[in-house]
Design a protein around this ligand. Structure first.
Ligand code: CA
Length: 227
């Protein structure tokens, strides 16, 4: 059973989600102010935290930073705003994913399972990643799509592997520049855009008709199996 800590000040949302997540088989505890949430994160050792950004006592981004200082527990942030620079800041500040209000317990459950799946495989950087018909093997540095080998440059391979290892997760261009290009500051989003478009072409898709590479407007990119 997964223990979810819900930090949310709205009593109605808290009650609805607690019930909904319990129906999905999770153990749920909750806090309605940031400082209680921080305390519970340390003392109760939850498997995952759902963090509402609009809390009365502390800015959600500040709480996220405080959480990250004491714990690597996966955090999903819940926000009323979509696709703004705030979201990029939060993902870069250590959020693992986000949901936009209003969202259902079922949606949240899907995100929780995806985040925990990734957290569970995060330590195994050398294992083959399979997403739909896509297979990426970091040891042989071979990637195949539906059994056909993809001819990728080293950078394209790194990019594909990074995204595939985080399938379902929104990855910001900033994160890609830092992690794939190893550019600590600055660097141009354009570089990422160009490589993503090359990768798209090799995967046989386009930005207009994406299959594996989904653009999340204003935030970044998400690799997932075609539906
Ligand atoms: Ca709130």
């Amino acid at each position: 059973m997964v223990h979810v800590l819900l930090i949310e000040d709205d009593a109605t949302i808290r009650a609805t989600l607690t019930r909904g997540l319990r129906d999905h088989g999770h153990a749920v505890s909750s806090a309605h102010i940031a400082m209680d949430g921080l305390r519970a994160a340390v003392s109760d050792r939850p498997d995952l935290i759902v963090l509402d950004l609009g809390l009365p006592d502390l800015d959600g981004a500040d709480l996220l930073r405080m959480l990250r200082a004491v714990s690597r527990v996966p955090v999903i942030v819940a926000t009323a705003r979509d696709g703004d620079s705030e979201m990029i800041r939060l993902l870069d500040a250590g959020a693992d994913d986000y949901v936009v209000k209003p969202y259902s317990a079922a949606q949240l459950d899907a995100r929780i399972r995806a985040v925990l799946r990734r957290a569970g495989t995060a330590g195994s950087a050398d294992t083959t990643v399979t997403v739909g018909g896509l297979r990426v093997d970091p040891r042989t540095r071979e990637a195949t799509l539906d059994g056909t080998t993809l001819e990728l440059t080293p950078r394209e391979f790194e990019l594909l592997h990074y995204l595939a290892a985080r399938a379902g997760e929104v990855v910001t261009k900033r994160e890609l520049l830092t992690e794939v290009w190893q550019v600590p500051y600055g660097g141009a989003d354009k570089t990422v855009d160009v490589h993503l478009s090359w990768l798209r072409r090799k995967l046989g898709e386009s930005a207009q008709e994406p299959r594996y590479l989904q653009t999340v407007r204003g935030v970044g990119v998400r690799l997932c199996a075609p539906s």
